[in-house]
Design a protein around this ligand. Sequence first.
Ligand code: UDX
Length: 456
Amino acid sequence: MKHFFYVILLLIIFITNLNTLAQKNIAVLGTGYVGLIAGACFADFGNNVICADIIKEKIDTLNNGEIPIYEPGLKELVNKCIKNNNLKFTIDLEYAIKNSEIILIAVGTPMADNGQADLSAIKQVAEIIGKNLNNYKIICTKSTVPIGTGKLIKEIIKNLSNNINFDYLSNPEFLREGSALKDFLEPDRVIIGCESIHAYNIINEIYEPLINKKIPFLFTDVVTAETIKYASNSFLATKVSFINEIAELCEKIGANIELVAKGMGLDSRIGTKFLKPGPGFGGSCFPKDMQALIFLANNLGLNLKVLQASVEANEHQRELIINKLLNLLNYKIKNKKIGILGLAFKANTDDIRCSPSIDIIKKLLNLGAKINAYDPVAMNNTRKVLPNINYCQSAYEAIVNVDAILILTEWPEFMNLDLKIVGELVSNKIILDSRNILDSNTTRKFGFKFDNIGNA
Ligand code: UDX
């Protein structure tokens, strides 16, 4: 009897918890990295999520259980949520907005030619939200938007919404491509710019699984949240530029950059992360966010000297790689065949936006080099911008009869190349490892003329 009582009590507690567990109707506008990850994770938390996008092919792909981007684990999660019936995809933004109480804005903000963020998609969805606001909603921006954009979005919605009440939040996303799910589910922190108690309570509900994990949440006003995102990305990018400069110095003085970085990182004030030298930072965020922050500051009469230097150092890093390759080839590059290993801006992604690899290949083509290229997942994207280079089906195929091998992305499969086989395939035993993934002593033992970044 006593046991029966406890079982009933446990059931009541379980059912009560189920009811208090956030089960909100959420619309996610934009199905890029941020939108898809956020949509799938909030659906997995038990909410009903509709992801909407104006690009029909994207939505068709998603409705067929396929994912338009390469991101480990995402396909499985999306399909699980679709099966559980709490994740849907539509091109009908109006339907998604009208049937949701929380709207997450996750559309792209690409860099325009003048270095400013292109806000046309943001303005467009703000207008659609304003016109379709049928009752109180929370509108939350997850896209990285220039500081002050929250104010603009609020104004657009307010002007179109017939006095229907809404709250506006900024919840910048810090996920990295390649580890996006882990970054969303186990973030170092969640930043929420929120100026209403009601919205604060709702947002706490939808983030309950992360709050239960004791992830730090920092609530600020909207403009402060927007600034945290830009300041964080710019700081990390500057850390990369800093270590790349120290790596160049290491080469001149005979120090080892890997050990220098390790020794620095052991100081908990510095930390070990983002101290890996390489061909310079790329991707859809760092270059764009740095430019946007510099531009904003300039408009306010401020000169952000550290950030400007960091961007310049990053451009220099591409030149450094070219010079190193020229040096290895005795400054004879015309008609030389170069085997490029890696096209993505970093490993575990098919993204080639601002990829050092693409910039470097373009420069090599201008110098008259011939290019063989291989990347495990980024070749389709690269074909669209570099249609006339020779794409190969494996790393080994890409190095057949080449005059030099240039490693530009740190894919694990490049770390495990059989150097004996490599030596037999190439015309000239030259390797430039811009990601420091090969052991320099071993490579030299196999008879290669070898260089990397900072005498690693
Ligand atoms: C970045 C931020 O980390 C993330 O918080 C934000 O949401 C989006 O922008 P991502 O662009 O996916 O994420 O890549 P990240 O892993 O941060 O790397 C950015 C660039 O820096 C890459 O080109 C990478 O190769 C380079 N990098 C990074 C280095 O060269 N050395 C390092 O030690 C770290």
